[in-house]
Write a protein that binds this ligand. Structure first.
Ligand code: PLP
Length: 453
């Protein structure tokens, strides 16, 4: 990964031409299929598994987790029931307990290993829907939502996956209201109080943020959750990567009070550096979680003692998803996880500071965790925001095209910015230096024609 360009080198048309061949009638040997798969996809993979990829919120794959993931496929267990995959069930049971401990969540909470934070939201909010409607005598699993009492939703720094979970659950995205934020991008308790008072005691879900995608900001849970409690609201926390701050003594304070929520969603495939297809849902009231998910059928076999994942997961058949998490957690240990979190935060700071020292670079957000925001100021412009917006996007494209480092843009408070997101276990100081150099060169390349004019 150190030697390879981090961006894709082939076009969509080339990939389609190479991969979109007709399906033949005759079998092809496994070796040939795989050799051709490697050949035909070459150049079409991003370097997101490596240390110079700072776009979106993407982690790599720890060696132990990667090997366990390969084994999960080789063992090919259907991890729906204990009866279908006894070891897969017990591995999730053990790793789920470790996760609660690491993330500072109540030891009595139930959990599910899902495909990602998106489905963790869907799982947790299904439990919320179950609980809130049950309290007022409505069995949502049986009666559905037609004619059901309305559920109000409020969200802080809403990620798109929250809206999609709301849509999947039939709660209606138009029923979600975004909470007013303070200058630190944290939901304001007085805004929540006013919003909840307006709901007149009707069922309400409050979604709080632990690690916003752009800023890594955390809500003041200790102030917000008691307000939600007073109004009988269910509090869900989106901690896709940010909840992992709780695993570090240096950053744990950011999550103070988050354990008082009703449910939490996070990822394994981001900061824990487990290969893709790994998120976790946690619910404080296990009966609400089970009530929303559990399924029974005459042909299924349930062990009275063992944990059947189908009671907690939205999927039926599923891979033995817990093996990779189990391996990642054991390979790092508590200290290694703390070190991983700290290292990523340190590299994010170094990256933002290094970029800030370049000419024409403005820092829009200095990392409080592992996320920062940078803006490139167009030296040609008279200071108009639109020109800086265009210039920022152009510089990002130029950096990416260089193949040394990968960044993406975002819009923050109405202005374009380059996101700096560090989540990969492989990122080292030398990667940070290479990335800063790549940005410097992109800026200089842009400035040459200007100087020549
Ligand atoms: C990535 C992310 C999600 C969605 O997680 P997936 O694992 O992609 O489903 C939700 N919230 C935040 C803050 C994220 O960064």
């Amino acid at each position: 990964m150190d030697q390879q360009p981090v961006q894709s080198l082939v076009s969509l048309a080339e990939l389609r031409a190479k991969l979109g061949k007709g399906l033949g009638d005759e079998p092809i040997s496994a070796t040939q299929v795989i050799e051709e798969l490697v050949r035909d996809t070459a150049g079409g993979h991003l370097g997101s598994a490596g240390g110079r990829f700072f776009a979106w919120a993407i982690g790599g794959a720890l060696p132990a987790a990667l090997a366990a993931d390969w084994l999960s496929s080789a063992w090919d267990q259907n991890a729906a029931l204990y009866a279908c995959g006894p070891a897969a069930s017990v591995v999730e049971e053990a790793a789920g307990e470790w996760l609660k401990d690491l993330l500072g969540l109540p030891q009595s909470a139930s959990f599910a290993f899902v495909s990602g934070c998106q489905m963790a939201h869907a799982t947790c909010l299904a439990a919320a829907r179950h609980s809130l409607l049950r309290r007022i005598g409505w069995d949502v699993e049986q009666r559905g939502l037609c004619g059901a009492p309305r559920i109000h939703l409020f969200a802080s720094n809403r990620h798109g996956s929250v809206g999609r979970a709301v849509r999947l659950l039939g709660l209606g995205e138009a029923n979600v209201t975004d909470l007013a934020l303070d200058p630190a991008e944290r939901a304001r308790p007085e805004a929540l109080e006013a919003s909840l008072r307006g709901c007149g005691g009707e069922p309400t879900i409050v979604v709080l943020q632990a690690g916003d995608l752009n800023t890594g900001s955390f809500d003041p849970y200790g102030d917000l959750i008691p307000v939600a409690r007073r109004h009988g609201a269910w509090v869900h926390v989106d901690g896709a990567f940010g909840l992992w701050a709780a695993a570090s003594r240096a950053y744990r304070h950011l999550t103070d009070g988050a354990a008082q929520a009703d449910s939490w969603a996070t990822d394994g495939h981001k900061w824990l550096n487990v290969p893709y297809d790994c998120g976790y849902a946690f619910v404080a009231d296990s009966s609400a979680h089970r009530g929303a998910m559990s399924h029974r059928a005459p042909y299924l076999v349930h062990d009275a003692e063992a944990r059947d994942q189908i009671d907690w997961n939205p999927e039926w058949s599923r891979r033995g998803r817990g093996f990779a998490t189990y391996a990642a957690l054991r390979s790092l240990g508590r200290g290694g996880i703390e070190d991983l979190v700290n290292r990523c935060c340190q590299h994010a700071r170094e990256l933002v500071n290094g970029l800030a020292s370049l000419r024409g670079v403005e820092v829009l957000w200095a990392p409080i965790l592992n996320q920062g925001l940078i803006r490139f100021l167009d030296p040609e412009s008279g200071g108009e925001d639109a020109a800086h917006d265009r210039y920022t996007d152009a510089i990002i494209l130029r950096v990416v095209a260089g193949g040394e480092a990968f960044f993406m843009g975002t819009t923050f408070r109405g202005r374009r910015a380059m996101r700096v997101s560090v989540l990969n276990w492989q990122t080292r100081e030398s990667d940070v230096r290479r990335a800063i150099k790549a940005v410097r060169q992109a800026l200089e390349a842009n400035q040459v024609p200007a100087a020549a004019k």
